[in-house]
Design a protein around this ligand. Sequence first.
Ligand SMILES: Cc1ncc(COP(=O)(O)O)c(C=O)c1O
Length: 374
Amino acid sequence: MELFKTYKLWDIEPVKGLDTTLWDDKGQVYTDLYGGHAVISVGHCHPHYVEMLTAQLNKLGFYSNAVQNSIQKELASRLGQVSGYTEHSLFLCNSGAEANENAFKVASFHTGRPKILAFSKAFHGRTSGAVSATDNPKIQAPFNKNSNVTFVPLNDIEAVEKELASGQYAGVIIEGIQGVAGIYEPTDNFLRSLRDLCDKFGTMLILDEIQSGYGRTGKFFAHQHAGIEADIVTTAKGMANGFPIGGVLISPKVKAEYGMLGTTFGGNHLACTGALAVLDIIENEHLVENAAKIGERFRAALEGHHSLKEYRGKGLMIGLELKEEFIGLRDRLLFEKHFFTGAAGAGVIRILPSLTVSEETADSFINAYNELTK
Ligand SMILES: Cc1ncc(COP(=O)(O)O)c(C=O)c1O
């Protein structure tokens, strides 16, 4: 059997990693400033993470959600404290798309309404409801195109108000910072007005923090820069540093009922242990502060750079929109200077490193970048 071809692959196979360094099968060393789509939050093979997962694997790898699991309870409590969402409750699942899928269900069960409002260029995942709320017709099968999702432009509060006034919307979903689109931010004022409109029309505000959360922007969740609280927050990616897990933080105003949500693998012992290890490391190594600090270093060196149309983002969620003559730079960074970065189309480089990234590593990237754009 061959693999189903879904991605265009580079001919590189990483076989070993340590913090922000990767080695391929030929012994070539790379610096990882992408973390496999913003997943590596505390560095590859962090010793504390490896130790906790190894110890748990030697005790119990899995049991289903029919029995008590104190690791889940500890994760909920710790995540509440670290994020400030102490009164919300936590539903655990296995991926970002699944987290959004469950967020839509919760909003719809709670309000009794069918519709979701989403934003132009949004990406919320590839499962049925999540891809319906993703503004990319190329990845929606006919089955996914339905009238329950409407898109309005980001930062257009009048368009939001016009839709919500219909009383049909269970939820509005918005990324803390749009990632796949190429790093576009909702303004703080827009988020605050969105919060007010959701309250006015009885619609649940769903913050997709799957890419922008977990400390990446210099606050635990990106929307916290605007000082608002969401009814539902979805997380995944950096949550367990690569061990599959997703989470839905749900407002105390939603009453849980048996059967409303469920999963076989969600909240399993290994995933929760990985997530606890990540929270330990984020706290012990002050990684939210490091994300803000190193983010400023990238900004100071690259904002206004002659190669860029625009520098976008916050902390370690960075989009570099290249001028036409520099398109192709991402491949050169990889093949000539051995830096992994991400992309959004051909024109935007995305930098989404582990939150452990050091000043030296940031500087070595900036030097390589300057040499290639001389
Ligand atoms: C903002 C956002 N939401 C949802 C998803 C989907 O997450 P997953 O691939 O884990 O299903 C992604 C993935 O890139 C994302 O960036």
